[in-house]
Design a protein around this ligand. Structure first.
Ligand code: GLA
Length: 407
């Protein structure tokens, strides 16, 4: 399927969600007077810089117009009642001011989507922010489990719903950090900051260059005439969370061993190619390759920002290709489906740059494509990729969009 697809208009979606809210929660006697509120948080795609965020490095994500909306009817009594329009989300509820602290005995995969909302309530309260209860209908156009940050989008949308109008006083970076805390400490997924930051701080037409050490960021325009196309491999992602934690541990090992040589090293961010060459012999071979990916990927992010500013599409193509190759052979988080998807896309004239994006082991590729070639890419992927893999892809021509906010 390809989806250049008309997204539903805001007015239609608003009306659809209002009807769903009234049907799911007809008893409105605890509702506060006043209109419904609609909040939205986007998914994200990472242009370049993967597995660098938890190494204090650079990333270049962009918020996209696949997103999560919540229709919110505030309640007086502090109860949060939630229903989802997606089949995988059964309804749930909790008291906003009585969320129990995280239960580390519950493994992350056993968590329900409502726990992500409860986790955000816990994290906001821990930070001393005032939250309130609401009846909410959640509606997502982000394909779940495809690596487009649907969890981070749910977290940020929940934060806005829980805070109500007070959220406008909170800087995006703070909300992102609080959402990340919820995911790490409450849900139990050891993620970096990239997803939540991109979802919170996105801006239409611009990617975000984020320094994950200082959390300083600036926006980088996508060149005119270039479209961002996301191709979902639809391949199973079984290994993802165990491999993710394993890679984090390997990076930690690299830091520990390098710090014995150079005490100033506290993350791979402090390591450059020269230092790595000098001390490579103290690192086990696998650990050395992991570190090499991170060190070179940071350089590629910086170079990509320069190439975007200069409109140097050829250079972007080279950087994306080098990133994919490094993630495949040094970091070992690609898979056949991702490699085939990149190969199919790269052969299409007008495709400027193609690589896997996000954590890997399935999920999506990100492509920068000349406007005129988007249809050709969709056709090539829809015809050629299933022949090579037996899988049915999805192609999304996305608009780079604003971060989380009211709609
Ligand atoms: C996942 C994590 C991010 C980041 C990417 C890999 O999306 O949530 O924090 O580590 O993987 O770049």
């Amino acid at each position: 399927m390809s989806d250049f697809d008309k997204r539903e208009s805001s007015a239609k979606r608003r009306a659809r969600l209002k009807t769903a809210l009234e049907a799911a929660f007809p008893d409105a006697e605890d509702a506060e007077a006043g209109a419904l509120q609609f909040v939205r948080a986007p998914g994200r795609v990472n242009l370049i810089g993967d597995h660098t965020d938890y190494n204090d490095g650079f990333v270049l994500p962009a918020a996209i117009d696949l997103d999560i909306w919540i229709a919110v009817r505030r309640r007086r009594d502090g109860l949060v009642r939630l229903a989802s329009l997606q089949a995988e989300g059964s309804p749930g509820s909790f008291w906003a001011d009585e969320v129990a602290p995280p239960d580390s005995s519950l493994p992350a995969p056993d968590r329900s989507w409502v726990d992500y909302v409860a986790g955000v309530a816990w994290s906001l309260r821990e930070a001393g922010l005032p939250i309130h209860g609401f009846d909410g209908i959640v509606d997502s156009s982000i394909p779940p489990g495809a690596g487009l940050a649907s969890s981070a989008a749910l977290e940020l949308a929940s934060a806005l719903a829980l805070l109500g109008p007070a959220h406008v006083d909170e800087p995006a970076a703070r909300l992102a950090a609080l959402a990340q805390r919820a995911e790490r400490e409450y849900v139990g997924v050891n993620c970096g900051i990239m997803d939540q930051f991109a979802v919170a701080a996105g801006r239409a037409g611009q990617a975000i260059m984020l320094d994950c050490r200082s959390l300083e960021s600036h926006h980088v325009p996508i060149p005119a005439g270039v479209r961002v196309v996301v191709c979902d491999t639809r391949s199973p992602r079984e290994l993802r969370s165990s491999a993710y934690n394993e890679r984090r541990a390997e990076c930690g090992k690299a830091v520990a061993l390098l710090a014995e040589q150079e005490p100033s090293v506290s993350s791979l961010r402090e390591v450059d190619a020269d230092m790595l060459r000098r001390y490579r012999h103290v690192l086990p071979e696998t650990v050395a390759r992991r570190a090499e990916h991170v060190v070179t990927e940071n350089d590629r992010v910086v170079a990509a920002v320069e190439a975007l500013a200069a409109g140097d599409l050829e250079q972007l193509g080279k950087l994306f290709a080098a990133s994919h190759e490094s993630l495949r052979s040094s970091y070992e988080v690609s898979c056949d489906a991702l490699d085939e998807m990149v190969a199919v896309a790269s052969a299409v004239p007008g495709v400027v740059a193609a690589r896997m994006t996000g954590a890997g082991f399935g999920g999506c590729t990100v492509n920068l494509v000349g406007e005129e070639a988007v249809g050709d890419l969709a056709r090539a992927v829809t015809e050629e990729y299933p022949r090579r893999t037996g899988l049915s892809p999805r192609v999304y021509s996305v608009a780079v969009s604003d971060g989380a906010g009211n709609v």
